[in-house]
Design a protein around this ligand. Structure first.
Ligand code: SF4
Length: 370
């Protein structure tokens, strides 16, 4: 039986660098796109990971802002993948797009390439909050891009949202979330704003120019947000991911179930079920290496059985389904249940976190690890 597996492609180009963003992305380098596409094709051709026992059923083109690439460039990358890998079992093919940076014709062309899932970086519907986040799109462009996605026959659309942002009131978030729910996307990712080192947001907070919402407030919003999703028919299948039934993101489920995946592009991380690696986090360095027949990989590690088991616990507990109780030592589980009242329950041999437990998911996972 083959293992389900995915392919991730990292497109690092963005129109501007958002102040909170820790993903590897680079602004004002779009003239490098043709060279980058050639390079990523070479990386795919050179890849020597043994995928014989993999069933590749997802592709995710993320970034960055992949919708800045035109469909001809995406097609070149796709052809390289098709030449090298058996994609006959592909069931989910996602591309990320930003409002205002994904014209309707381009979406139609993406759809005709077989891309069947569009992930739109909405983040907020409040102009002041979009400005604070240094997002360059307007609220109107969010609705326009969503409508264009539907006319391009995307019937699996995700909207990314961020909440618990400085200056955002509960009323604003509640209104924005309900407006997005009214649109009826199949999937919504809703993350609380996190502070990442090296971002402009981090500098502003450190310089006391911006104050992040406290943990208590964020936890309350988290619980109330989950209630709204539940009441609107979008149960959470992962701590920050909500969908209509049958529209869970298969590609992200591969990560959380510790299935293997290939990854191409600067900063991309791959995993073959035992070894993990990542590419250089620098566009020019990435292209130079590949063009001179050198590996772009700058980090590798082999995971021990215990590390793999701990990853299954850490990621698994973030999912509604939870983890098989066999993964956790019985005494460790007993102690954790006592330490975290109303947070953990065991059902049909699966350990799951309650809504309260999800607030403390990271700390509980550590307590359950080997
Ligand atoms: S558009 Fe997305 S990837 Fe690009 S800088 Fe903003 S948040 Fe980061």
């Amino acid at each position: 039986m083959k293992t389900p597996a995915g392919i991730y492609i990292h497109i690092p180009f963005c129109a501007i660098k958002c102040m909170y963003c820790d993903f590897y992305s680079i602004a004002e380098k779009e003239d490098a796109i043709p060279r980058f596409v050639k390079t990523i094709v070479s990386e795919i051709e050179q890849c020597n990971v043994d995928t014989t026992n993999w069933n590749i059923n997802t592709i995710f083109i993320g970034g960055g802002t992949p919708s800045l690439l035109d469909s001809e460039h995406i097609e070149i990358i796709l052809k390289a993948l098709q030449t090298k890998y058996d994609l006959s079992q592909l069931s989910e093919f996602t591309i990320e797009a930003n409002p205002g940076e994904a014209p309707k014709n381009r979406l139609i062309d993406f759809r005709s390439l077989g891309i069947n899932r569009l992930s739109i970086g909405v983040q907020s519907l409040e102009p002041d909050i979009l400005r604070f986040l240094t997002r360059i799109h307007t609220v109107e462009q969010v609705f326009e891009t969503f409508e264009n996605a539907r006319s391009a026959r995307f019937d699996n659309v995700n909207c990314d949202l961020i909440y618990s942002i400085p200056g955002q009131s509960w009323d604003i978030w509640n209104r924005d979330l309900n407006k997005i729910l009214d649109l009826g996307p199949e999937h919504i990712s809703a993350y609380t704003l996190t502070l990442e080192k090296g971002t402009n947001l981090f500098k502003l907070v450190k310089g006391k120019q911006v104050k992040m919402p406290n943990d208590d407030k964020t936890s309350k919003w988290f619980l109330k947000t989950h209630e709204i999703f539940d009441s609107r028919g979008y149960p959470s299948y992962e701590i920050s991911n909500f969908s209509l039934r049958g529209f869970e993101c298969l590609h992200n489920l591969h990560y959380w179930k510790i299935y293997p995946y290939l990854a191409f592009g600067p900063s991309a991380h791959g995993f073959d079920g035992k070894n993990r690696w990542s590419n250089i986090r620098h566009l020019d360095g990435y292209m130079d290496k590949i063009e001179s027949n050198k590996s772009p990989i700058t980090f590798r590690e082999s995971l021990t059985e215990n590390q793999i088991q701990n990853e299954k616990i850490g990621f698994g507990l973030r999912m509604a389904k939870g983890i098989n109780e066999k993964l956790v030592d019985k005494d460790i589980l007993k102690k954790a249940i006592q330490k975290w009242p109303n947070c953990i329950h065991v059902q049909n041999h699966f350990i799951q976190l309650t809504q309260n437990g999800l607030v403390f998911a990271d700390a509980i996972s550590v307590d359950l690890m080997l």
